[in-house]
Design a protein around this ligand. Sequence first.
Ligand code: CP
Length: 316
Amino acid sequence: MWLIGFAIHLKELKRNNIPHRYLEGKNIALLFEKTSTRTRSAFTTASIDLGAHPEFLGKSDIQLGKKETVRDTALVLGSMFDGIEFRGFKHEHVLQLAKYSGVPVWNGLTDQEHPTQMLADFMTILEEFGTLEGKTLAYCGQGRNNVQNSLMITSAILGVNYVNATPEDLAPDPAIVKVAEGFAAKSGSTIKVTSDPVEAVRDADVIYTNVWAAMGEEAQFSERVRVMRPYQVNSELLSNVRNPNYIILHCLPAFHNAETDYAKDIQERFGISEMEITDECFYSSHARQFQEAENRMHSIKAIMAATLGNLYVPSI
Ligand code: CP
């Protein structure tokens, strides 16, 4: 909660053009094995606002994993940079970078987790409702991806009730559920998995959805379209939500129309122009995904400043 409060404070500073250069003179490596709009932009602008120099190192730019081990890359980068962001496939790689680099390493997404996304998500919920206490988040999406894993665990840590609506075959990893249940027992929140999307959204304050196939899972798209259709966030599903002030979140990018090359291809192959969320819901008055996207920058700034900055942090 402290980091979310700090992110909201940094957002205020930015809005009022008040400098907050906690990382003056630092060098930040931005390692991206996968494409990114929000995470890359957030780390870049956050670094610059904090007074640091960001250096983008894409998968075609460096030897990581191809000609050089992660351990050796970590030792080299750690000797030159003050902090490292990593977005990639293997969770093990971010752990190795953290183990061997000797500098703070920030997880910008792995196949297992998307932790920086979480701060922006719960920051947005706090901004909208003024509290997280007693709130319920319904995630209508397949249960086996990094966003689901992080949402389930972060909800449990922060005391937010969590429901994942997903087909039984795509139910969350029991190990993730166990971790979440451990945190939920302490925070007093509830963790639930159901195959009924109507049951999931009925008492929700936040409706969250995500792509049906994550980066690297495109080969499974045919099957995903078939099983995920009943979980689409559309006006019929949302007519069941009891809270008239519910909000919609999506980590983005979203497939809500057929205006992108990727979506056009899906439309041609499967005959659908909207996937996890309809265009109508995506642009409705309940939607908060662009506020959530902006909050990526403020919350990533909070993480970087708290872990590398010259500032007094009583506890996190
Ligand atoms: N939400 C998110 O991680 O967006 P990008 O893939 O654009 O970074």
